[in-house]
Design a binder for this molecule. Structure first.
Ligand SMILES: O=C(O)CCC(=O)C(=O)O
Length: 292
């Protein structure tokens, strides 16, 4: 059995920690928080140093090898989530269990401090995701709202933090948002890979109008974009000669509960409906609950 880093509910190395006195320096400005509430996202937030990007990229490279150590620990692993071999979307959940770097990243104070502000409370881990598009034949991520995949947890008090491991540009398929769509109601699931525009079938006329004005979130490697669980987002193909790799942290405010009698993620024991999510698979990322 491989080493499972989910047994550690705090960082195991010093690679992603920063001196305590710096914590306040990582706070988002009032304007950034206001932007998040008004438009549903805040982007261009620096999280990783060059050394940290390199650590994560090295571990990520291992995950692409079919026989890699720890492969039985993934909650989900799709070497290509699309059905088209010429449009590849690597998508996997559970990297934090397999590599020290992806585990310790979750407690990165630059992420945690911003997440506490946006969630207005202590932050707990939900799950991580890798979204990688290879050079030349990288596939799309279809327009979707994250919470449409998460209704098995409630109340909705969730947050997504997308962190680039490469520069993300319009050309290589950066994230795109429909600003203000976080104020829409919950839409049904219409797919994550393959047909980028499948969501169009479920939009009202008013939503369709707004849908015509996406914004492209171009970021430098190591920068992040945070978005609301109802934000409609997606990304286009990568036809450039460089990969577009990203890691995503999904979190929620402490207190979110299970809303299902099924396992929440492959390999995770059932949490009965109504019971708070905590323990091995949903660690607290904030220093304490009492600080709030
Ligand atoms: O990486 C992408 O292009 C899409 C990411 C995404 O859908 C998400 O973070 O929820």
């Amino acid at each position: 059995m491989s080493h499972d880093f989910s047994n550690a509910s705090s960082p195991v190395s010093g690679q992603f920690l920063l001196p305590d006195q710096d914590r306040n320096g990582f706070r988002l400005s009032a304007e950034q928080v206001e932007h998040f509430h008004e438009f549903g996202y805040v982007s261009g937030v620096r999280i990783l140093s060059d050394e940290q990007i390199e650590l994560l990229r090295n571990d990520l490279a291992r995950f692409f090898e079919p026989q890699h150590e720890g492969r039985e620990l993934w909650h989900e692993y799709h070497s290509n989530e699309s059905a088209d071999p010429d449009r590849v979307l690597f998508h996997a959940l559970g990297a934090w269990r397999i590599a020290e770097s992806f585990h310790d990243l979750l407690w990165h104070p630059r992420f945690v401090v911003a997440a506490e502000q946006l969630l207005e409370g202590p932050v707990r881990f939900w799950h991580d995701q890798l979204f990688c598009k290879p050079a030349l034949h990288g596939g799309v991520v279809a327009w979707h709202q994250d919470y449409s995949y998460w209704t098995r947890t409630e109340p909705m008090a969730h947050l997504t933090c997308w962190i680039g491991l490469d520069d993300a540009t319009r050309d290589n398929g950066c994230l795109q948002y429909i600003p203000g769509s976080h104020k829409w109601t919950l839409l049904p699931i219409t797919g994550l890979a393959g047909d980028m525009n499948a969501i169009e079938d479920v939009l009202s006329d008013e939503q369709w109008e707004q849908f015509q004005k996406p914004v492209a979130i171009e970021l430098k490697a190591g920068e992040a974009s945070f978005h609301h669980p109802l934000m409609v987002h997606g990304s286009r193909e990568n036809s450039t000669d460089q990969p577009r790799r990203a890691t995503v942290i999904n979190a929620f405010r402490d207190g979110v509960c299970s809303a299902t009698d099924q396992s929440l993620l492959d390999g995770v024991p059932v949490v009965p409906p109504g019971e708070k999510l905590d323990g091995q698979f949903f660690p607290l990322l904030s220093e304490s609950v009492e600080q709030f």
